[in-house]
Every structure is written in structure tokens, then in C-alpha cells.
Design a protein around this ligand. Structure first.
Ligand code: GLU
Length: 374
């Protein structure tokens, strides 16, 4: 079994969890650790790799600075903590990277920036420009404006979306655990580390418990979801311990970790984005003939649609489901839901007569469609 080497990657996204960067009792930044990590990052930058940082820690830092009580924070308090903590966090990154002559560029993203195509393209262009200018994008969720319903809440999935957005070839999740285990090690002493995951199967998903502490939000479940997104976008993913100094050097020296291999073909960026949409706007149920046509690479025509669920607009991402409800594909829909309902089961030639305008012959064109079923 050959495991990849970090040196073989050209664009690496590194996600750092709050618990690694912020001392839980003092609520202070762990500067010595940050310096040791940035030494590692600078070494990769010096060999020509591009680095993107996804850093948590704004809420953890800000809550101490504002002397907020321990335990779960109310939404407005975590928004305030993020506002205060993010400045300190960005400054720490800027200074640490600056010591190596690297410029840090702060990017604060909301869920909509990765889910809406126009905003996604904007954010992607900014990341690309920063990298072209040899700056290091330092990304976090914009927790100050994020609300409970409209947020990632964990930086594992955010980092995976950023890796996909940046067409990165490697995503590193540094966390307080050194990899994926056959069972939660705290509960099962016989649990063993899985060094290599070739594919994120339902069995792998089942291994990941949902445990997430208040301090660090991402449990193993969000890491496996991140793996699904990142590997589907053609990136390798690594889970490694950040509880050691110079964590990337430790991995390179043979330290314990779990690698996830990407699917064989990276696919087009457009398709990556479609496949990873976290909150599709609706569902289109198709008959079995249409489901098998999609599996043969065809577009979805109105004739094969039996039911439409949800309210969506033209261009939104929707899930395509087989008659039994199983997900077959995801795609960008060519019609608003109201029009799609009127086209149910109709031949494409009838579209103009029904809607009064000459629309696209397909409800979802094959270029806008990604097969996501098993
Ligand atoms: N965005 C949050 C913060 O910076 C952290 C989310 C996470 O830990 O995954 O505080």
C-alpha cells in the first residue's frame, strides 16, 4: 500500500481546528504551535506549492476577549465573539506568515458564497487571484453574519468546499484526533486506525460517530462529509493530528494519519460544484426509463418526470430521484418549479405550446447533471 506524500501536491488546503489554535483554559492563541505549523507551510510554499488556510478559532478567541460565560453561546453572542476574535485570528496568521515573507489574505465566506453559482464564481476568482499573487488565503466562515439556519457551522465541510472551489489537489484536516478509527477510540480500546480509505462508502460513513464537543464543532461525521466532497472534487484528503508541533513534518516523517484517495477523474469544476451542493432547492422524481437514460449520460427530458417537489428557480441545484426516492443525480434545472410542474410527462416538442415560450428541450441538460447515485 503506497500512501501519498505531501510533497507531491501543488495546491494544499490546510484546515486548523479551534482546539489546536486556542488554549481552552486561557482562551489564548497557541503562538508557538502556530509558528511551527507555519514553518511547515512555508517549506511547501518555498518548493512552489500553493497554500490555502482554513482557520477556525474566532469564536473561541473572541469569547474570552469579551469575557463571555462558558458553555453554549447564544447566537448573538457567538456572532459578537466571532467579530472580535476574527481580528485577532487574522492578525496572528498575518504575522506568522509574514515572518516568512508570505502575505495573508483574509476571506470570510457564508454558506451562500459556496452554494450560489454567481457568488461561488466570485469567491473562486478571489482565491485564484490571491494564489497567483503568491498570497496565502486565510479562510473562515463569516460567523458574524451567519445564522443558525444559514451556516456551515463546522470548518471541515467549509474547507472541503474551499478545496473544491480552489481545485486543490490535497485537503489536510488537522484535528485533535490523528485519523479515522474503526470505532471511536474513547469508547472502544480495540479500535484501530485506518491508514487509507480508497473510497467513502456507506460502511465508512457508518464508522463516523456524530460526537462533537462544544469547543470544536467538527466531529468525525463532518470530516467524512468533507472527505466525500473533497475526494469527489478530485482532491486527496488527509486527517492528521494537530496536537503535535510541526504537524505536517510529523506526517511526512511517517506519523499516524488517514489518507482518503480521490475518485479517478477530477471532473469539471462545474460538475464538482453541482455534486457538492449542500442544500438543493428541490427534487425531481423521474420514471425508471428516465433514470436509466440518465445513467447512460442522457439529459433529463420532461417526458420522464413524474413529480416535482419544492420551490426552485431556473439555474438552482435540484436532486433527481428514482421512483423509489433513491437519489440518482443532481443538476441545475432549466425551468422554475411552477413551469416544471406544467411540463410533467410532456414531450419536449410540446414545451412552447404549454409555456408560451421556446424553452430548452431538457429539464436538466446533461452538461449540468452529475450522477450521484450508487
Ligand atoms: N468558524 C468557527 C470559528 O472560527 C469554527 C468552526 C469549527 O470549529 O469548525 O470559531
Amino acid at each position: 500500500m503506497t500512501v501519498p506524500s505531501l510533497d507531491s501536491f501543488n495546491r494544499i488546503v490546510v484546515k486548523i481546528g479551534s482546539a489546536l489554535l486556542v488554549d481552552q483554559t486561557a482562551g489564548r492563541l497557541k503562538s508557538a504551535w502556530l509558528t511551527s505549523l507555519v514553518d511547515d507551510l512555508a517549506r511547501h510554499a518555498a518548493r512552489g506549492a500553493e497554500i490555502v488556510v482554513v482557520s477556525s478559532g474566532s469564536i473561541a478567541l473572541g469569547r474570552t476577549m469579551l469575557k463571555l460565560p462558558r458553555g453554549a453561546l447564544r447566537l448573538e453572542d457567538s456572532q459578537a465573539a466571532a467579530a472580535v476574535g476574527q481580528i485577532a485570528l487574522a492578525r496572528a496568521w498575518s504575522e506568522a506568515l509574514g515572518a516568512h515573507g508570505l502575505s495573508a489574505g483574509q476571506i470570510l465566506l457564508t454558506l451562500g458564497d459556496t452554494e450560489e453559482r454567481r457568488r461561488y464564481l466570485n469567491a473562486r476568482a478571489t482565491v485564484a487571484r490571491l494564489l497567483a499573487l503568491k498570497a496565502v488565503p486565510v479562510v473562515n466562515e463569516n460567523d458574524t453574519v451567519a445564522t443558525q439556519e444559514i451556516r456551515y457551522g463546522d470548518n471541515d465541510r467549509l474547507a472541503a468546499r474551499v478545496a473544491s472551489m480552489a481545485s486543490a489537489d490535497c485537503l489536510v484536516l488537522l484535528s485533535d484526533i490523528d485519523g479515522l478509527y474503526t470505532a471511536p477510540p474513547a469508547l472502544d480500546p480495540a479500535a484501530t486506525l485506518i491508514p487509507l480509505v480508497e473510497r467513502v462508502t456507506p460502511a465508512i460513513e457508518a464508522i463516523a460517530g456524530g460526537a462533537a464537543s462544544e469547543f470544536s464543532r467538527g466531529g468525525m461525521r463532518t470530516k467524512i462529509e468533507a472527505a466525500r466532497i473533497a475526494t469527489g472534487a478530485g482532491a486527496h484528503m488527509l486527517i492528521a493530528s494537530g496536537k503535535v508541533m510541526s504537524p505536517l513534518s510529523v506526517v511526512e516523517g511517517g506519523g499516524r494519519c488517514t489518507w482518503f484517495l480521490p475518485h479517478d477523474s477530477p471532473g469539471q469544476a462545474r460538475k464538482r460544484w453541482i455534486a457538492g451542493v449542500l442544500s438543493p432547492r428541490g427534487a425531481i422524481f423521474v420514471d425508471s426509463g428516465a433514470a436509466s437514460a440518465l445513467n447512460r449520460g442522457r439529459s433529463l427530458l420532461p417526458a420522464g418526470v413524474v413529480r416535482v417537489e419544492g420551490h426552485f428557480s431556473r439555474g438552482d441545484a435540484v436532486v433527481v430521484r428514482a421512483p423509489d426516492g433513491v437519489e440518482v443525480a443532481r443538476g441545475l434545472v432549466s425551468y422554475d418549479s411552477a413551469d416544471a410542474v406544467r411540463l410533467l410527462g410532456q414531450p419536449s416538442a410540446a414545451i412552447e405550446g404549454i409555456l408560451g415560450f421556446k424553452g430548452r428541450p431538457a429539464i436538466i441538460h446533461r452538461d449540468d447533471l452529475v450522477l450521484t447515485g450508487a
